[in-house]
Design a protein. Structure first.
Length: 217
């Protein structure tokens, strides 16, 4: 096989979290007397962590104190509503099962809070994910490659045997920065045109397409 390890982004790649993120974002904007955004607008705010989401969503004239207040409100609200509508994308569970059957290691590298990400992975993908490297854990956020390096070191697998899979330009750049192969998916927060404009070379449209790449078939 070509790869022994596949590292996945979480939101927009494995899980459709957009509705819960958008609902939570708009709820706290309303609470703070700010204009709300469409789901498509919020989709484009995502990818660099929750703080960046809030910075992009709040009114332009907002000062740091206001941004911190909205971020705090969002964190509390999203904690209670993060799984209202969230669910795995079609085919992901079956795809993971195939990878495990063939002995492939599965990791998650996300800018989402690491503890929350571990809980979510255990809820939706029990027994499938070998390691999670998330945000707010003392490492730089993606596209920095610190999370990838942690995963490779922990699992003792080389760059040459590792594939990174994600839905955004941030994920593409993360793979490039880590020196590993990258595949982008078109079913998440960025469409194919946007991905190609931002450097993506390999794009798949269904999880099963990844099997041909992983096993070089």
């Amino acid at each position: 096989m070509k790869y022994k390890l596949v590292i996945f982004d979480l939101d927009g790649t494995l899980l459709n979290t957009l509705d819960d993120l958008a609902d939570s974002c708009n709820a706290v904007l309303v609470k703070n007397n700010m204009p709300v955004h469409t789901k498509d607008e919020i989709r484009m705010f995502l990818g660099n962590g929750i703080r960046k989401l809030i910075e992009r969503a709040v009114s332009e004239e907002s000062d740091e104190e206001t941004k911190n207040k909205v971020l705090s409100d969002f964190t509390a609200y999203y904690k209670e509503h993060s799984l209202d509508k969230t669910k795995p994308y079609d085919g992901i569970i079956e795809f993971f099962s195939e990878l495990k059957t063939r002995g492939i290691k599965i990791a998650v590298n996300t800018n989402k809070n690491e503890d929350v990400s571990k809980e979510i992975c255990e809820k939706y993908f029990p027994g499938f994910v070998d390691i999670v490297a998330g945000g707010n854990a003392g490492r730089p956020f993606k596209p920095d490659s610190a999370g990838v390096k942690l995963i490779l070191s922990s699992l003792e697998i080389s760059k040459e045997k590792t594939l990174f899979v994600g839905d955004s330009e941030v994920d593409y750049q993360t793979g490039i920065n880590a020196g590993i192969d990258v595949v982008n998916v078109s079913w998440g927060f960025r469409d194919e045109r946007f991905l190609r404009e931002h450097g993506a070379e390999k794009i798949v449209h269904f999880p099963q397409e990844l099997l041909k790449i992983i096993f070089n078939s």
